[in-house]
Design a binder for this molecule. Sequence first.
Ligand SMILES: NC(=O)c1ccc[n+]([C@@H]2O[C@H](COP(=O)([O-])OP(=O)(O)OC[C@H]3O[C@@H](n4cnc5c(N)ncnc54)[C@H](O)[C@@H]3O)[C@@H](O)[C@H]2O)c1
Length: 349
Amino acid sequence: METIEQYLPREVRVGVIGVGLMGADHVARLASRIKGARVSVVTDYLREKAQEMADGVPGCRVVDTAEELIAAKDVDAVLIASPGTFHRDQAIACIAARKPVLCEKPLAMNPEDAYAVVQAEAEAQKATGRRFVSVGFMRRFDAEYAELKDAIDSGELGQVSVINCKHRNATTHPGFVDSMMVYDSAVHEIDAIHYFLDEAITEVQAVLPLPGPRAAEGQHDPMLLLLRTSSGRIVTDELYVNTDSGYEVRTEVLGSAGIATIGMGITRVTTQMAGGTWGGTVPFDYRPRFAAAYDAEVQAWITAVLDGSNIALRSATAWDGYLAAATCEAAEQALTTPGFVPVTARPRP
Ligand SMILES: NC(=O)c1ccc[n+]([C@@H]2O[C@H](COP(=O)([O-])OP(=O)(O)OC[C@H]3O[C@@H](n4cnc5c(N)ncnc54)[C@H](O)[C@@H]3O)[C@@H](O)[C@H]2O)c1
């Protein structure tokens, strides 16, 4: 049996794979606000991008590939922020190297790949007694989400029957097709529902309105997903990713004893009246809304790595990542199938 002490670092030297928008944001927080960690190695498909990043972080070096980074002696734990299609192989390599990994969502772009990570971790757990994979569903670390979960769990809202979610982006990059609206955007609400209700989503239906003015050719934007959970609760998820208006994520829970709404932040900021208009501003960027949640998520991960548990209590696990992918698969099928499509999940290893 391998021992925990064999792996415990005093300061976590983090390797970051992919320094695009999200990866660069994580490097910045690890290098400044997160305690007990530093960024030791970065890599990116575009080497010059990685070099530029490393130049701004004392003691940080660049390697050419994710494989090299995962194997590096000066990397204790890995943060994956490459595109979703690479997550499976990179996460499995981290497990094989017995290095804790915080993998950005989604865990994978299909359930088979996500399940392969779950299986690899289960085998590693047999050998070491430890798990290795956290998935970056940072909303679990958001203060408003935590309050809403408390209100549901404590019974304060009574019997919950409906949850309405809205996920709006100002704009997306070219090539953001329907499958990305499901696996990259809706996946957040799907995990949040699992987190809030502790029950499975069993079926999904897609309702497709007329495309908005900025939808790409063939893209269903806006898109409405209807989800039913194992106890018969209904969830609506309205996705509209090219609003040209701003970033907005809202959740409304209808219970027998009350209705709770989170994500109304844009109406809570100071409003101004000037020049014949009244109102405030809405950020285009998604990062400010969840900045504190990202910090809390990464800090909780580092603390878990330092104490040997590897995965923070509130964090999404590989299994959560798999359940989300299985639900996304049903949602993707629902885009071209009338009625509800069942979610089929394999047994937990
Ligand atoms: N948690 C969240 O709210 C949130 C928000 C945005 C993005 N994300 C996730 O973060 C990940 C990255 O998204 P992004 O918006 O930063 O994308 P991005 O395109 O801005 O950055 C991805 C980076 O990875 C690099 N890359 C591509 N293939 C690579 C490989 N094989 N190895 C190493 N680097 C590689 C690219 O060159 C690029 O710099 C995605 O999984 C995305 O879903 C999560």
